[in-house]
Design a protein around this ligand. Structure first.
Ligand code: SAH
Ligand code: SF4
Ligand code: F3S
Length: 421
């Protein structure tokens, strides 16, 4: 039996693409393995969003090239594969194929050309370890935020027809999936012959057996009231909105080409909290954008203090060749960027801790995720928002939903006990 090993960097879209490729290879008889030295195909799915992400991936690919079996394939896929292309083969000897992120739609044809003589044996019957899965509903991005490489590596925005998505999700539910996260760089641009994203959510919610719907990401400039109302009215929709703010200063937001002001952003947050007072709101923030002053950075801190995100992804700006911002003057010195990042992370960490500490004693609705390897009674779970939990229970299975009480909080995990019915 041939084996395939996956290493996935980057965002959930990459995770979805890796899963897709894993399924296609599964249909050709390949089993996943945890050991790259043992694999017949090593797949490294890459991210280009920051320089550091590319460097890490390149180091890792080099390691795999050295440790892999002599005849094993080493495929580099994803965003860096798209950006650098065949150059990667020269740069890192041992790479046998480079498959860019935009080619994922033709993946079957590509696999056929790379693995001739391997016919599809059966439809893949993947064992479900976790009842949660991702589905990309859109590809690409047309927003061209000044700092961002994604539109260049993922190409133009396009929506996958709703009928195909419903069919895909239905099939996943048949194999035991209970929670779906719908993915797109800006899900509110979803449009399939008049079906917009809230309409799509309603259609997905109609699928019997599916219990939870999540999605990411909504761009603040077009996070509509219809979307938030649909979420609030649909019990299958989790109470979690990821709304990347990036910065708190209007001048910086303008330079970033985000097309909203801090005041408009605050209005969206107020709307979300009006419809769903207890929703988890999370964000992405970028510090040290070219010409960002200390005062402007303080505006970001003020916004973070005011909004109180449950958690945030925080980054120091990294220059991406080919983007608009790569040509902007007055870059912030690296040390200053890192100092700002540390200040921001410290502030957000305190807020996150306070929010989690406030959960002690609360009732939550958990969906069981993966069973713990060592203590088999323990399950990782997620509440109806974005918080992770740990709960002991017998006779359980992934995807089960249960009521629980938070008995204490450990770091960013809610330690829960099942509530008697
Ligand atoms: N589509 C999503 C974000 C995708 S990229 C959105 O519009 O919000 C994920 C995050 O990476 C971004 O939100 C941003 O905070 C960060 N990011 C993107 N480009 C970056 C760069 N050049 N340097 C540092 N962080 C960056
Ligand atoms: Fe990048 Fe902006 Fe598109 Fe998000 S919306 S992927 S940050 S260009
Ligand atoms: Fe995602 Fe990174 Fe590509 S964030 S879209 S994997 S550049």
């Amino acid at each position: 039996m041939p084996y395939v090993y996956f290493q996935t960097f980057g965002c959930q879209m990459n995770v979805a693409d890796s899963n897709e490729l894993c399924d296609r290879l599964g249909a050709r008889g390949y089993q996943p393995t945890e050991d790259p030295a043992f694999a017949d195909i090593i797949v490294v799915n890459t991210c280009s969003v920051r320089e550091h992400a590319e460097q890490r991936a390149q180091v890792r690919i080099g390691e795999y090239a050295r440790l892999k079996k002599k005849e094993a394939h080493l495929w580099v896929i994803g965003c860096m594969a798209e950006r650098l292309g065949e150059v990667l083969k020269k740069k890192i000897p041992g790479v046998t194929a480079v498959i860019g992120a935009r080619s994922i739609d033709q993946i079957d044809t590509i696999i056929d050309s790379l693995l001739p003589n391997q016919t599809i044996e059966s439809l893949s019957v993947k064992k479900i370890h976790e009842a949660s899965d991702f589905v990309s509903v859109m590809r690409g991005c047309d927003n061209y935020c000044a700092y961002c490489i994604v539109p260049y590596v993922r190409g133009h925005e396009s929506s996958i027809p709703a009928s195909i998505l419903i069919d895909t999700i239905r099939k996943k539910v048949e194999t035991g999936i209970r929670e779906i996260t719908l993915l797109g760089q800006n899900v509110n641009s979803y449009c399939d012959n008049g079906v917009d994203f809230p309409d799509l959510i309603n259609k997905v919610a109609d699928i019997n057996g599916l219990q939870r719907i999540r999605f990411t990401t909504s761009h603040p400039k077009d996070c509509s009231e219809k979307l938030i109302r649909t979420m609030a009215e649909e019990p299958k929709c989790c109470r979690h909105v990821h709304l990347p703010v990036q910065a708190g200063s209007d001048r910086v937001l303008g330079l970033m080409n985000r097309r909203y002001t801090a005041a408009q952003y605050r209005e969206r947050i107020a709307m979300i909290r009006q419809y769903m007072p207890n929703a988890d709101i999370t964000t992405d923030i970028l510090v040290g954008f070219p010409s960002e002053t200390h005062e402007e950075f303080e505006e970001t801190l003020a916004l973070v203090r005011e909004i109180r995100y449950t958690t945030a992804f925080m980054f120091a700006y990294s220059v991406r060749e080919g983007t608009a911002a790569a040509g902007f003057p007055d870059s912030v010195p690296q040390e200053e960027k890192l100092a700002r990042l540390r200040t921001l992370i410290d502030l957000q960490t305190d807020i996150t801790k306070e929010i989690y500490a406030g959960m002690a004693g609360e009732q939550v609705e958990l969906m069981l995720g993966a069973r713990q390897e060592k203590r088999r009674r323990d399950w990782m779970a997620r509440d109806n928002g974005c918080k992770r939990a740990l709960i002991a229970c017998d006779g359980a299975e992934s995807g089960m939903i249960l009521k629980a009480t938070v008995v204490r909080v450990s770091g960013m995990t809610l330690i829960c006990e099942r509530t008697a019915l």
